[in-house]
Design a protein. Structure first.
Length: 627
């Protein structure tokens, strides 16, 4: 064993390696991305790692390997589990041979997602065991435990870290000796691996019958525990357990509250929970995000005719949306205990100071200064909304379509990726955004209601392969009149620059079979396909006008590499010709363009010399120069 300073996501990858994983597959999405990237770094040829086309494909690749006895890890964010839900539900019935752990990273807040959905509901829905880590250390341990449980019960297991666990860092004791499992190979068994209605019925019964044994096992597991002190109970799970522990410590109330920590929310550890209910007068529940633990406790009280009060989201005693925090929980616990929050904090600080030794003098002085009457409140940070990078080809693509459609009735359906930021002013070019691949099908629905409207669907090159193709097939099959705009920047940019089937490189940066977007479009029946560089701006505008005027499904591929893929060859400069009209700023919104008095200047640290501003300038006051 050795100690590594790891992010929660890294800890999960290390845990999978320690468990002898043979295959890791996933699709990038914050907050889960680093799991697979770390797995690729530490694999050393001992196990296979891939970025799959989407989450559904990743789960199905892993299922095939698992049927052959391999241990598999599948990674995605919570909305990706929606994409994978079809194979997930069937796999819950069919089961696995080699251990399978499916990581679905939840995003309370949400911080970088469309929804705050809670994966614990999927565990209940699919009848799959679920682990909910509260720290990077626990994420490592739970990953190993999840593989072992998966193989014993022949079922996939869900691991559900939340953003703050995924991105927290801690010192973790990791196994240095890693031996991948030796798969048995695929053994034909149509009764098991071919899902017929009769077998589904029988397997459903087996799934229901394992609930109680799993619940009893989880009640005895160290992943769930009761920490007894006072008669007021707190039930919590995941990162909320860490928040509760810190809040109680700050308040100095460790003898006042008892804590029930739930590390496996499904199946619920009923026996342990009933013991906790019996030893407390009332229970307050803190969890992210939905009232899963709370509902289980209410159910147990009702089922067993117990009158213990359960307080949580249903009683407005904890937030119904967004993340929990130490500060919010501290204030609520102080109110429950009937004490003044600030007074408790001062008492806690005083106790900590008395217990410190002389080596902490400097630290104590700092704390005293922080608590003095002269303490200053730090200024509020300015709001910095995300923007497209300077030189991003998507900006030119959006502007070309906007110019071409000026004066026309058009709707612009967007998608998930960097280009979602095209909704911001001054571009204002994303009218809808639902989930990956939905822009193409939403455009079809709008067309059915408003056939005389120009309907554009923007999709990135990675999203095209992930979940865009089926929507285009639907449009071709149903004779729809839309324009699909593929924003091809040769990378999965928003999640950190991962490869995809159109890049010709695999996860390990080895050569792969490069799929040509034009050929894919032609192969599924799109007959009108145009390709152009959005930075050849006038040509791009004319291309949009010509293609969008055609009937049926047509496609424009705006192809230019992500600005982060290569070093700039030069930059742009504003000359004395500038008349201060600010058209370059007001049309492009490029962050490299700034107001300088009555005129404009260009930030050399940001400019990459894309020349979009130069082409937009009405007096040609901007010039490109080689660095």
């Amino acid at each position: 064993m050795k100690t590594e300073f790891l992010m929660g996501n890294e800890a999960i990858a290390y845990g999978a390696a320690a468990a002898g994983v043979n295959l890791v597959a996933g699709y990038p999405g914050t907050p889960s991305t680093e799991i697979l990237e770390t797995a690729a770094k530490i694999a050393g040829g001992s196990f296979y790692v891939e970025w799959s086309t989407n989450e559904k494909a990743a789960l199905e690749v892993a299922a095939g390997a698992s049927y052959s006895g391999a241990r598999t890890l599948v990674t995605m964010k919570q909305v990706g589990l929606n994409v994978a839900s079809d194979p997930l539900m069937s796999l819950a019935y069919v089961g696995v041979e080699g251990g399978m752990v499916i990581v679905s990273a939840d995003d309370p807040g949400p911080i970088s997602s469309q929804t705050e959905q809670d994966t614990r509901h999927f565990a209940q829905f699919a009848h799959l065991p679920c682990f909910d880590p509260s720290s990077p250390e626990e994420a490592y341990a739970m990953t190993i435990a999840a593989f072992e449980l998966s193989e014993r019960y022949k079922t996939p297991v869900l691991l559900r870290p939340t953003t703050r666990v995924c991105h927290a860092c801690a010192s973790v004791e990791v196994e240095t000796e890693r031996t991948p499992k030796s798969p048995c190979g695929f053994i034909k068994d149509t009764q098991r691996f071919v899902i017929f209605p009769r077998s589904s019925y029988l397997n459903h019964i087996k799934i229901e019958e394992r609930y109680k044994p799993l619940s009893d096992e989880f009640s005895a597991s160290t992943l769930n525990r009761a920490e007894y002190a006072g008669k007021i109970g707190i039930a919590c799970g995941g990162i909320s357990y860490a928040y509760v522990k810190e809040a109680i410590g700050l308040l100095g109330l460790s003898d006042f509250f008892s804590i029930l920590k739930i590390g496996t929310p499904y199946p619920f550890p009923e026996r342990l929970a009933l013991e906790f209910i019996d030893k407390t007068d009332k229970i307050y529940v803190f969890e992210e995000l939905d009232p899963v633990i709370e509902k289980e406790l209410i159910f147990l009280c009702g089922k067993n005719n117990i009158s213990t009060e359960i307080h949580g989201k249903y009683t407005s005693d904890s937030p119904i949306a967004g993340e929990n925090s130490v500060e919010d929980i501290k204030q609520r616990l102080a109110a429950i205990a009937g004490i003044n929050d600030s007074a408790a904090a001062k008492s806690s600080d005083s106790t900590a100071a008395k217990n410190s030794d002389s080596t902490a003098a400097a630290s104590s002085d700092t704390a005293a200064a922080a608590n003095s009457d002269t303490k200053t409140t730090p200024p509020d940070l300015p709001i910095r909304p995300p923007v497209l990078c300077a030189g991003c080809p998507h900006r030119a693509s959006f502007l070309a379509v906007k110019r071409a459609m000026k004066g026309k009735k058009a709707v612009f359906s967007g998608d998930i990726g960097c280009y979602t930021l095209g909704n911001a002013q001054p571009l204002d070019m994303v009218d809808t955004c639902l989930c990956m691949g939905a822009g193409i099908t939403i455009a079809q629905g709008i067309h059915r209601v408003e056939p005389d409207t120009y309907n554009f669907a923007f999709v990135g090159d990675s999203t095209f392969f992930a979940s865009g193709i089926t929507g285009i097939v639907n449009a071709v099959y149903n004779n729809c009149n839309i324009t699909v705009v593929v924003l091809d920047n040769s990378i999965t940019a928003m999640t950190g620059g991962q490869p995809h089937p159109g890049t010709g490189k695999t996860m390990s940066q080895n050569p792969g079979n490069k799929l040509d977007i034009e050929k894919v479009l032609a192969g599924i029946g799109v007959t009108e396909i145009a390709v152009c560089n959005p930075f050849e701006f006038d040509k791009a505008v004319e291309t949009v006008k010509e293609v969008s005027a055609l009937d049926g499904v047509k496609a424009i591929i705006f192809r230019a590499p992500c600005v982060n893929l290569s070093a700039p060859s030069g930059g742009c400069k504003v000359t004395d010709k500038c008349i201060g009209c600010k058209k370059c700023i007001n049309e492009t919104g490029c962050p490299a363009l700034v107001v300088d008095g009555k005129k404009v200047k260009i930030d050399d640290n940001l400019c990459v010399g894309c020349t979009l501003c130069a082409q937009v300038c009405p007096v040609k006051a901007i010039e490109f120069s080689v660095k």
